[in-house]
Design a binder for this molecule. Structure first.
Ligand SMILES: [Zn+2]
Length: 117
């Protein structure tokens, strides 16, 4: 009973799990980011909050939060992501096709309206 009570102290609403953030070289708590690279899709890591900003180029704080993924789950996830990406591109192309058709119609209409002048 005691152990259950203790958990709620570090929880905040909307958080998946209690996370203890490491402190990076700048003295700030590190930022939890999800990696979407092919090698580590969906794996979360801690990085410097100021990483890449002009004044903190020297800070290269980096540490994984999630354990390494098995090769199998990585293949499944990458395949899934590629599928989503392909769907997205297809949908965008379809939308572009409709806009193009609309523009052609308007241009044709405009020409037919001004033909007799
Ligand atoms: Zn830092």
């Amino acid at each position: 009973m005691e152990a259950k009570k203790q958990r709620s102290s570090e929880w905040s609403v909307g958080m998946e799990e209690p996370i203890s953030f490491p402190i990076c070289g700048c003295g700030y708590p590190a930022k939890l980011t999800t990696s979407w690279s092919n090698r580590n899709s969906g794996r979360r890591f801690f990085g410097c909050k100021n990483y890449g900003s002009f004044f903190h180029k020297h800070c290269r704080f980096f540490c994984w939060y999630d354990p390494p993924m098995s090769t199998r789950s990585r293949i499944v996830l990458v395949g899934l992501l590629n599928k989503i990406k392909a769907n997205d591109i297809q949908r965008r192309n379809e939308r572009f096709g409709w806009i193009f058709l609309l523009v052609v119609c308007v241009v044709l209409l405009w020409f037919s309206m001004h033909e007799g002048e």
